[in-house]
Design a binder for this molecule. Structure first.
Ligand SMILES: Cc1cc2nc3c(=O)[nH]c(=O)nc-3n(C[C@H](O)[C@H](O)[C@H](O)COP(=O)(O)O)c2cc1C
Length: 544
């Protein structure tokens, strides 16, 4: 039997795209079986959430710096805002007779495998009972899966003053329906985007999101009662991560497993039913295997890599809410727009993992992701290949493993950005080529591959394989928002030829791998599409 590392390693190898061979998928889109992007819990009681009637009034910079943000109590209004600015719908697009919804959190292929569940202590929504709820973004409502009748003392430190718990899950089938075996990667990218969305939205309420690394996979199953749900084949939700959402400064409340909470939950055996997502399911065994191999089985002591330097740049104030709502993916770029060097530097600066700033302070462990940049159109910066080092510990090793003729010259800048020039060159064609020949990687101002530490920790802690994709998704989310805040537009790129990227840098083994790509430039809008309000179907017009 293969061990967990071998399983994930061979999954990773096998799901690489190559110019003459893409990772296995059905090869066509089985429209009759497209999974429903909206899950619902059938026997649940619905609690409608509030909509933001007026702007929350805070600025984008404030959100990133957690500056002067009043603490909100945990109640219906604040939880509604928390979800509306993180995982809710942001718009509908329509052309001819077809329309589809978009969300605050992006998703590969807009397929949305990520679901969110909330554990709310008594008094949060009025009643004294603690509640377990599923968030339904289509209706912007909570589906109450369970009301706990035990007295508040049974829940240990779990109280509405201390915060709430959120569990994010993935439904792999939503992505594997289209992308086949590579879908496990995309689900985890999407989860990373969702993590960053939650962390930023929480910041606007004076809250902090922390990943609770003590809980294992089976404890998450138990706490959120996923083992009590009658799943339809292939449509099970995989628990990915447990988060505490606490007032800033109280984040240590939930650091250790709360045995009383676990005991209070595991008492009853009531079954739950969920909606069917598609008529038929096509199993991708390799996804089941890698999922099993990367489930968290042990307590993990995360060691963050703190960067304490303040942001190096500041810009005019813009509404945080507006930037969160307007985030979209560019479908093409004009190929002419240039970016100011200061903006380029600032975008990179914002991806640095600062210890007190969201989203990289959510306790995901050491920083493992760097940026290999293909600079095309940035004023006063020679086009070429650059490397942005997000964790200085890796410099020597990455240099050692790379082509020896690369320059590694530090780009002069006033804010100590660890940006190295590797090679001056026009790489527009190469960037598009390695991104599965997608023009968006060459027509932009710059595109990049996220080069991530790989083999070392995965041998002993295989579940970190998922964390790697989460970290890249979080970096992607910051890039999306930064692009919007400067009048540009970004797009996540999950389709790239893995080993061609490695060849650009000279990587020959699996100490580092490229896990996700991104591109930012001047977008060309698709004028055939009409945009509708996010909740027009509920007769709600939002304040943006
Ligand atoms: C993980 C991930 C991978 C993606 N890969 C690609 C890609 O390879 N090519 C592309 O054009 N768009 C890609 N996208 C963009 C999605 O298609 C887009 O997010 C989705 O259609 C939703 O649209 P929105 O971002 O405007 O809300 C990706 C997005 C994510 C989050």
């Amino acid at each position: 039997m293969k061990d967990a590392f071998q399983t994930l390693s061979s999954y990773h190898q096998r799901t690489k795209h190559h110019p003459r061979k893409f990772a296995n998928s059905l090869g066509f889109l089985d429209w009759d079986n497209q999974p429903n992007p909206f899950r619902s819990y059938l026997d649940s009681e619905v609690v409608e959430l509030k909509f933001l009637r007026k702007k929350c009034g805070l600025h984008y910079e404030q959100m990133l710096r957690r500056e002067d943000i009043p603490l909100q109590p945990f109640h219906l209004e604040s939880i509604s805002q928390f979800l509306e600015l993180s995982l809710a719908l942001s718009a509908w697009k329509s052309v001819q007779n077809t329309s589809w919804s978009l969300r605050i959190n992006p998703s590969s292929g807009n397929l949305h495998p990520t679901e969110a569940h909330l554990f709310l202590p008594g008094k949060t929504l009025g009643s004294d009972q603690a509640l377990l709820a599923h968030y339904n973004p289509l209706k912007h409502c909570l589906e109450i899966r369970k009301r706990f009748t035990q007295p508040p003392e049974s829940f240990g430190s779990f109280s509405s003053e201390n915060g709430i718990l959120v569990c994010l899950t993935s439904i792999y089938w939503r992505e594997s329906w289209k992308y086949g075996e590579r879908a496990f990667r995309y689900c985890n990218h999407d989860l990373g985007h969702a993590l960053a969305c939650l962390s930023l939205s929480a910041s606007l309420l004076g809250w902090k999101v922390q990943l609770l690394s003590e809980y294992t996979h089976s404890q998450m199953e138990e706490l959120f009662r996923f083992n009590q749900v009658d799943w339809i084949e292939g449509e099970k939700e995989e628990p990915e991560v447990l988060l505490s959402i606490t007032p800033l400064g109280k984040e240590h409340q939930f650091n250790t497993i709360d045995r009383r909470l676990m005991a209070a939950v595991s008492k009853d055996q009531q079954r739950e039913r969920v909606n069917r997502l598609s008529n038929e399911y096509y199993p991708w065994e390799i996804i089941e295997e890698v999922s099993l191999a990367t489930q968290k089985t042990q307590f993990e002591k995360s060691k963050p890599t703190p960067v304490n330097q303040p942001f190096g740049f500041s810009f005019k104030q813009q509404s945080a809410q507006k930037i969160l709502f307007q985030r979209r993916s560019a479908v093409s770029y004009d190929g002419t727009t240039y970016m100011e060097k200061k903006i380029f530097f600032s975008i990179l600066d914002r991806t640095l993992p600062r210890s007190d700033y969201p989203p990289f302070d959510l306790n995901l462990g050491p920083t493992r992701t760097h940026l290999l940049l293909f600079v095309h159109r940035v004023h006063e910066l020679e086009p070429g290949l650059y490397f942005f080092l997000r964790n200085p510990e890796d410099l020597d090793q990455v240099r050692e493993l790379s082509h020896q003729e690369l320059e590694w010259s530090l780009v002069p800048n006033d804010t100590n950005l660890p940006l190295y020039r590797l090679l001056p060159a026009n790489l527009k064609m190469e960037a598009a080529m390695i991104s599965c020949q997608q023009d968006i990687a060459g027509m932009s101002c710059f595109s990049l591959g996220m080069i991530t530490r790989f083999r070392a920790e995965l041998e002993s802690s295989p579940w970190i394989y998922r964390h790697l994709f989460w970290e890249t998704g979080m970096v992607g989310q910051i890039l999306y928002l930064e692009a919007e805040s400067h009048g540009f537009r970004g797009t996540g790129i999950g389709c790239f030829f893995d080993d061609l990227v490695h060849q650009v840098l000279g990587l020959n083994d699996d100490h580092y791998q490229s896990l996700y790509h991104f591109t930012i430039g001047g977008p060309v809008e698709d004028t055939r599409l009409t945009t509708l309000d996010a909740y027009h179907h509920l007769n709600q017009t939002l304040s943006k």
